[in-house]
Structure formats: C-alpha cells, structure tokens
Design a binder for this molecule. Structure first.
Ligand code: APR
Ligand code: ZN
Ligand code: ZN
Length: 366
C-alpha cells in the first residue's frame, strides 16, 4: 500500500481538496503509475460539479503521463520503468465492436479492480477510471500506453484526453487529408488540436473560427491558414467564400469540426459544409441541449455525414506512440497546448481560468 498526496472532490460543487490517499499495490492486470504530469480538463470540473454522476468522493485528473512503478500478475502490456500516457479507453477485445474489428468503438473499457481510498477507508471514484491528480495512481494495465521516454511529460499527458480528441476528430473521424478543406468552430484546447490534426493531414485551407482573438492567434500557430472572428462576421459565409477561393465550385468545407458543444455552432457547422461534407461534433453538449430544428430536406439534399467523435475515435496503442513521435520530430507542437505548469494545490485556480483567461491547458507537474 502506498500513501500519497492527491486532489479529491468530496462533495458536489465544493472546492477540491489536497489530501492523503491510499493506493494499493497492483493486483492481476493492474499497473501502479508514478504520475509525472496531469492536465486539468473540463471533465474534471464537471465531475466536481456533480454533472457526471453522484459517486463522490472523486479522485480527479485524467490527462496524465508517468512511469510504471510496478505491475500485477499476468501483465504483459507494460513493465516497471516504462514511460506511459494513460487512456480512458482500454479496449476489451471481447465486445461486439472489438470482435468486429472496430476497436475504436469499444465502450467496455477496463479499469483497476481494486479501489484507492481516503485515509479513513472511504473508496474513491477515479475520474474516467484514472484519477491522476495523485503522486501515484492505480489503473488497468491496458490503460497504459508506452511512448518515447524522452517526451516532456506535461505535453505527453495531454494526449490522454482533450488533445487526442481534437487530433482524432480531424484525422480519424473527419477524414481530413490533402486536397480537402477543414473548418474548426471553437478553438479551445480541443479545437486547437483539431487544427493541428488538420495541418498534419495536409488539408488546405484550414479555417479557424472563434469569438476570442487570442484563440485564433494560437490556431494560426498550429496551422490554421485563415481565421474568422465569428463575433464580428458570419462564419458560414466566410467559410464558404474561403473554400470557393481554393476549390472552384466548393460550397463550403469538406470537413467541419464543431468543438464548442452548442446547438448554434453545430448549426453553423451544418450549413458551412460543402455538399457531401462531413460535420463532426466533438464539443461536449449539456444534457438539456437538443439538435437544432432543421428542414429534413436540408439534411437529405446536402448528402455527406453528421458524425460525433468520442475520444477522437482513437486507438491509444496506435495513436499515442505515433503522435509522440511526431511531437519529438517537431511536426506536432504539443508544447503549444501547455499554457502553464502548476502545482497540485493550484487546481481550483486552474478551474477558474477555464472560464476567463486565455488557457488551453493548465498542467499539474509533480
Ligand atoms: N462560436 C465560436 N467559438 C466559440 C463560441 C461561439 N459561439 N462560443 C465559445 N467559443 C469558443 C471559446 O472562445 C473557446 O475558445 O469555443 C472554445 C471552447 O474551448 P474551451 O473552453 O477551451 O473547451 P475545450 O477544452 O476546447 O473543449 C471543447 O468540449 O470538453 C468539452 O466542455 C468542453 O464543450 C467543451 C468542448
Ligand atoms: Zn471491446
Ligand atoms: Zn478530459
């Protein structure tokens, strides 16, 4: 058993607390990871607000990289000393999606069987089955993906959630590629990663849309060829005009990524597509939001696809090492997503900065 410092959300809507927790030694199929860095994601805040479920107390944190300290019986995926990025979708290999060969659609992820606890023995619910705002955490071995150990932990860990969601929304779900146009609506952490993914894919033009000029500036650094401030101009008209300049006859973008998670912006994306274009929803809506009222004939008449992207439809075992290698080669600027490195006692202020303050990611470093 290991006694370590960790950040816990004890009750709905209450500020998080730095405390001591107990982490068991790894049992069969489990790995004990010494956490080196963990990003602060909106989902952590949603947990603390009770927006995900009521299984308090939560051990927050899920965008993490670290070193495997020990593994339990039967573990073959990783060994002690491996540098790993944690994922919240360890494919099961047994469900219908896995058997069909669509491992990226596995919704049957395995987490550690044993529970981490508070000092009084109260069991903790780890956020997304990870819980990495802790010096050490216990996960299923399949949640660890070994990557190049020379990568900076604060940057590598971000692949574990938001950045992978954006990269994958463009590349895996949207099918961005050379010869196609991409527009990204909302350029926060997820949208900026979608821009970077579009740039990696060779797509052109890459149009960044946001209402915050600072986000548009970052998007340009990550590969956007055009920016649209949609608080000042009509995003749909601008996207159509830019795409028509590039490709004669284009009526919009081949791939539109919605990375805000709101009906209005989804509707903009719907109409900003070229005929037979793809609209990818990667922003996370709230439960009360509904699909905007659209003439069914507009859905039919334009062809194409309306998709959602869950975790960027990624396969951690395939995508994490590849993206880290691209980062190490200087072709993917993961450092651009690390706005600040903070201490474990600074998570509340990171939550505040999500609402105001030009932050893509605050990352806790240990
Ligand atoms: N039009 C264009 N951009 C918008 C609009 C709008 N109407 N409203 C907000 N935005 C921009 C914000 O300015 C910000 O840059 O959307 C971006 C959202 O980014 P973040 O708040 O950093 O969120 P992110 O981490 O990128 O996640 C995107 O997925 O995880 C969820 O809750 C999260 O719904 C959010 C989405
Ligand atoms: Zn499965
Ligand atoms: Zn996340």
């Amino acid at each position: 058993m290991h006694q370590v410092k960790a950040v816990v959300a004890r009750a709905k809507g209450q500020p998080v607390e730095l405390t001591t927790i107990h982490v068991p030694d790894p049992g069969p199929g489990e790995a004990l990871v010494q956490v080196q860095a963990c990003g602060v994601c909106h989902t952590d805040l949603h947990y603390r607000e009770g927006g995900i479920n009521d299984e308090f107390p939560f051990l927050l944190g899920h965008e993490a990289a670290g070193v495997v300290e020990a593994v339990g019986e039967g573990v073959t995926e990783v060994s002690p000393g491996d540098f790993v990025v944690l994922n919240w979708r360890a494919v099961c290999g047994e469900c219908r999606a896995c058997k069909r060969g669509d491992l990226q659609y596995c919704f049957n992820t395995h987490n550690a069987a044993q529970k981490m606890t508070l000092e009084d023995g109260t069991e903790l619910s780890p956020a997304l089955g990870i819980g990495a705002f802790a010096e050490k955490t216990l996960v299923a071995a399949g949640q660890c993906t070994k990557v190049d150990p020379h990568a900076r932990p604060a940057a590598a860990g971000l692949l574990g959630c938001g950045v992978m969601a954006g990269l994958g929304a463009a590349i895996n779900t949207g099918g961005a590629t050379r010869g196609k146009s991409v527009a990204v609506i909302g350029c926060g952490g997820v949208g900026a990663a979608a821009i970077a993914g579009a740039a990696l894919s060779g797509a052109s033009p890459i149009i960044a849309v946001d209402i915050d000029l600072a986000k548009l500036e970052t998007a340009t650094k990550l590969g956007a060829t055009h920016t649209v401030d949609s608080s000042q101009s009509d995003a749909v008209a601008e996207i159509k005009a830019i795409c028509a300049q590039y490709y004669e006859g284009a009526e919009g973008a081949d791939v539109v990524i919605e990375a805000v998670g709101r009906p209005e912006t989804w509707k903009q994306g719907f109409y900003a597509r070229d005929l037979a274009g793809v609209l990818v929803l990667v922003g996370v809506p709230t439960p009360e939001m509904t699909v905007p009222d659209l003439p069914l004939l507009d859905v039919f008449g334009r062809g194409g696809a309306l998709k959602s992207s869950w975790y960027g439809d990624c396969l951690p075992s395939r995508d994490f090492p590849m993206m880290i290698d691209l980062y190490q080669q200087g072709r993917l600027d993961l450092d651009a997503f690390v706005t600040e490195e903070i201490g474990l006692d600074d998570i509340e202020s990171a939550f505040e900065k999500m609402h105001h303050g030009n932050v893509l990611r605050s990352v806790v470093v240990f």
